[in-house]
Design a protein around this ligand. Structure first.
Ligand code: PBG
Length: 323
């Protein structure tokens, strides 16, 4: 017996030396939920440890995260029902909650990078990512809204816009609108392979953005498909995406690897709300060690090939590294 892989596992120093994958705080994007009001920190029941912030407390939270070494954030707006309508018109109002939050963050933390969500659902009375007409989601009409929304975000100071809607042609349309308006520097992180599934529940609770009717299966992808992710990747790349994203992450590690192996663009993965909630719920019951499960989860996403990880664990992971 001359091959003994256990020789390289015999103590921690050696294990550290031969470790193939490492996680750095530079790899993370921390999603944050914003609401109207002042001095608000409203916990999200289905996401223990995560809250919705008013703009003032958002700035405090970002300050605390920056001190821990996190510099990239993905804010999401929780809009009051009365401002939602069929065409998501609030989404491109330059004084909407989201634009005000972006401006304030960039004013107070000019070095922080903001990845902003481009999708109708938080502003739509139908709770969909597109305009709904007779039960159908209209693609090209939705692109108009997405273009205006992305421009509003860029004008407010967004560094990277992230279309999460899955309409056809949105990356190309948004690139065109940004370029025409002098925002050549604003990058696009496309939700390239976003699957229609059960793991977004807690996020929809947080934003009260669940679809009022039907599901998202005519635009988000079928969880059974992987070749289709390559079609989406090809189109997004041709349309000018700067990053390709896979979402969710854990049930789709093979898709992360597939895009990694077939693209030279940076690959992002979204460790979504339901994935976070599962670890938290099991840990609360004492069924798993939450901290160890967090680290293992995050390293698995990196090992699969993600360069960038969006995760609700980002801050907790930063705190864990400080211990
Ligand atoms: C919607 C959007 C969703 C998430 C990010 N952007 C939900 C959805 O598609 O219904 C989910 C993120 C998460 O679950 O953490 N445009």
């Amino acid at each position: 017996m001359n091959r003994r892989p256990r020789r390289n596992r015999q103590n921690e120093v050696i294990r550290n030396m031969v470790q193939e994958t490492t996680l750095s705080l530079h790899d993370f994007i921390f999603p944050l939920f914003i609401i109207e009001g002042q001095n608000q920190r409203v916990p999200i029941h289905s996401m223990p440890g995560i809250s919705r912030f008013s703009i003032d407390t958002l700035l405090e939270e970002i300050g605390a995260c920056v001190d821990l070494g996190l510099n990239v954030f993905a804010p999401f707006p929780g809009m009051p029902d009365k401002l939602k309508d069929k065409y998501a018109t609030q989404s491109y109002d330059p004084d909407n909650l989201f634009a005000r939050a972006i401006r304030e963050v960039k004013k107070n933390f000019p070095d922080v990078v903001l990845v902003t969500d481009v999708a109708m659902d938080p502003y739509s009375s139908d709770g969909h990512d597109g305009i709904v007409e007779n039960g159908e989601i209209l693609n090209d009409e939705t692109l108009e809204v997405l273009g205006k929304m992305a421009l509003t975000q860029a004008q407010a100071g967004a560094d990277i816009v992230a279309p999460s809607d899955m309409m056809d042609g949105r990356v190309g349309h948004i690139r065109h609108v940004l370029d025409e308006n002098g925002f050549q520097k604003v990058a696009i992180m496309s939700y390239t392979a976003k699957y229609a599934g059960a793991f977004y529940g807690p996020f929809r609770d947080a934003l009260d953005s669940a679809p009022k009717m039907g599901d998202k299966k005519t635009y988000q992808m079928n969880p059974a498909n992987s070749r289709e992710a390559l079609i989406e990747a090809e189109l997004d790349t041709a349309e000018g995406a700067d990053y390709l994203m896979v979402k969710p992450a854990l049930a789709y590690l093979d898709i992360i690897k597939l895009l990694r192996d077939n693209s030279n663009l940076p690959i992002a993965a979204y460790n979504v709300s339901g994935e976070y909630a599962m670890v938290k719920a099991a840990a609360e019951r004492g069924w798993i060690d939450g901290e160890k499960a967090m680290v293992e989860t995050l390293i698995s996403i990196k090992r699969a090939g993600a360069d960038v990880i969006l995760s609700y664990f980002a801050k907790e992971y930063a705190q864990y590294l400080k211990k």
